[in-house]
Design a protein around this ligand. Structure first.
Ligand SMILES: *[C@@H]1O[C@H](CO)[C@@H](O)[C@H](O)[C@H]1NC(C)=O
Ligand SMILES: *[C@@H]1O[C@H](CO)[C@@H](O)[C@H](O)[C@H]1NC(C)=O
Ligand SMILES: *[C@@H]1O[C@H](CO)[C@@H](O)[C@H](O)[C@H]1NC(C)=O
Length: 355
């Protein structure tokens, strides 16, 4: 007796599972669906055991998705995007990071949000209509949401203030920022700090994204756009966030949940989610559904076009808690052009890290 029989036993169990027509034969609808999904997302697994493991996770996610979608009264749908073979824990560890207390020191604001004439603030804005938003990008397996959110807002303010929409380099920001990189997440304001220190940032095409951390090459690649400063916005106030987004795209942190992971096919995302932020996106507009009157933020994410609404998404706005849904109003930050540059003083702890 012993390990030989145990091995044989395991072999039989595994091959039985593999051979079982119940779920794994290519003709089984779920396996067929999985293989179609694999083909669609170009997924290849090392061996059959890994494929089996991924199939089970896929099945579990499909069940979760269908249970959700079968409920009535949903404001949004879930679907099998590129994350459908990952457990939520895997997703969390790959695409988000543990939240860190919100303790970034607030610099003196460049823009006052005190005496805003709210009736002069538009009811809706979508910076895509002003050609101030580039194509949705894909951070891949690098923990670089902070770079993508920051670059999206720099692309936006540069278009608004300078008239040119230029796709800019997340790779340069990732390679060259201090304290933030591919692994371990980072902070949008670290990206702004680098761009200010560097006198600008390169185009996407001259410094393309590889999704792998490299040596900083900012000394050999020319700058294509710049910012003068950045500013943390007032916290926990969706009204001042609206004022800011009416002027330019804003980078903001939120808590990505399993539903956020599998949010596909559109609608207004309403949670569930808490306020333990672990991800950064660019808020590129806001509006109100003309039928239901539901208010939303328009997000630009960095998970490719299969997430949300072709890579963008809508998140419920003006909720009862001051942090905003998923904590979206907790720590917004913007890049600034044509204003008194901020003293790049030590801001103490960098606060939240997000990937
Ligand atoms: C969802 O509804 C469809 C259509 O009625 C049904 O075929 C499917 O089994 C349901 N799935 C779940 C998980 O409830
Ligand atoms: C929120 O921001 C608005 C607009 O800037 C301001 O009028 C209001 O006083 C702020 N609310 C709080 C609770 O600080
Ligand atoms: C506030 O904005 C509205 C709309 O633009 C304008 O009619 C009104 O005069 C403004 N009020 C003040 C006090 O500036």
């Amino acid at each position: 007796m012993g390990s030989k029989y145990l091995l044989l036993f395991f072999y039989m169990v595994v091959s039985l599972m593999w051979a079982s027509p119940r779920a794994t034969s290519p003709s089984h609808p779920m396996m067929q669906r999985f293989e179609e999904w694999m083909a669609r997302f170009g997924r290849v697994y090392a061996d059959d055991a890994e494929k089996w493991r991924r199939f089970q996770i896929f099945q579990d996610n499909v069940n979760y998705i269908e249970t959700f979608n079968n409920r009535s009264g949903n404001s949004y749908t879930l679907g099998t995007n590129q994350f459908a073979d990952m457990t939520f824990d895997e997703f969390l560890s790959k695409y988000t990071s543990a939240s860190i207390p919100l303790n970034v020191k607030q610099e003196a604001p460049l823009t006052s949000f005190e005496d805003v004439n709210m009736s002069a603030v538009p009811d809706s804005i979508d910076w895509r209509d002003y050609d101030a938003v580039t194509e949705v990008k894909q951070q891949g397996t690098c923990e670089t949401c902070w770079a993508f959110a920051a670059i999206a807002t720099v692309e936006g303010i540069y278009k608004i203030k300078k008239g040119a929409l230029i796709s800019l380099s997340e790779q340069e920001v990732m390679d060259c920022s201090v304290g933030s990189g591919c692994i371990g997440g980072g902070w949008a304001h670290q990206a702004y700090k680098f761009i200010i220190r560097n006198g600008g940032v390169a185009t996407e095409s001259s410094y393309p994204y590889t999704g792998v951390q490299r040596n900083c090459e900012s000394n050999i690649v020319p700058n294509a756009a710049y910012i003068d400063a950045y500013q943390h916005l007032p916290r926990n106030n969706e009204t001042s966030l609206k004022v800011a987004v009416s002027k330019q795209p804003v980078a903001s942190y939120l808590e990505a949940t399993r539903d956020f992971q599998l949010y596909v096919g559109g609608g207004i995302f309403k949670g569930p989610c808490g306020t333990a932020v672990n991800h950064v996106v660019a808020i590129i507009g806001y509006g109100e559904d003309s039928n239901t009157g539901e208010k939303y933020w328009i997000l630009k994410n960095s998970w490719g076009k299969n997430w949300g609404e072709n890579g963008f998404g809508r998140l419920e706005r003006d909720v009862s808690s001051v942090e905003g849904l998923c904590g979206i109003a907790q720590q917004p930050v913007i890049p600034i052009i044509n204003s008194t540059p901020l003293e790049l003083a030590d801001v103490g702890s960098d606060g939240i890290s997000a990937i």
